[in-house]
Design a protein around this ligand. Structure first.
Ligand SMILES: [Zn+2]
Length: 161
């Protein structure tokens, strides 16, 4: 595994639509492993491929320590609920914002082994996945946030994605 550079806001890569992954092969698995290492190094809870400069539809979420979801070619099948909450983004360092997100998501995706899975998540995990899913369509949380503030690093809670 290797750390990758995280692309930050202002780079046009973050504003593009990602293309589907054609096959979950060793090359894709290698990128996913790098993404996980990069996300953990940055103390994030999620990371999408475009954040490391890969324009493919895949992301990782780790809403609780050790609870890792590899989501390749994800599709949202159902969503419900709505809740405001604070979020940050590894690609927008130094800021956080209040964003409305669904409290329930049902998604279909390929996992690390290329197997099709149905994933149902609630609350914080749903927030993380909604945030990452947006990255695949060139959308950042700052586009949706009701307010954005600079983070005081003394008080920062881990929760960037
Ligand atoms: Zn993000």
């Amino acid at each position: 595994m290797a750390l990758r550079n995280i692309v930050t806001e202002g780079d046009p890569i973050l504003r593009k639509n990602c293309r589907p992954v054609e096959a979950v092969d060793d090359r894709i698995r290698g990128i996913l492993e790098d993404m996980l290492e990069t996300m953990r190094e940055a103390e994030g809870v999620g990371i999408a491929a475009p954040q490391v400069g890969i324009m493919r539809r895949m992301f990782i979420a780790e809403p609780a320590q050790g609870e890792v979801y590899y989501m390749v070619n994800p599709e949202i099948l159902e969503e419900s609920g709505s809740e405001e909450g604070e979020e940050g983004c590894l690609s927008v360092p130094g800021y956080s914002g209040i964003v409305k997100r669904p409290t329930y998501l049902k998604l279909e995706a390929l996992d690390f082994d290329g197997k099709k899975r149905i994933v149902e998540v609630h609350d914080f995990a749903a927030r993380v996945m909604a945030h990452e899913y947006d990255h695949l369509n060139g959308v950042l949380y700052i586009d949706k946030a009701e307010s954005i503030q600079e983070v005081n690093y003394d008080e920062e809670e881990s929760g960037e994605a």
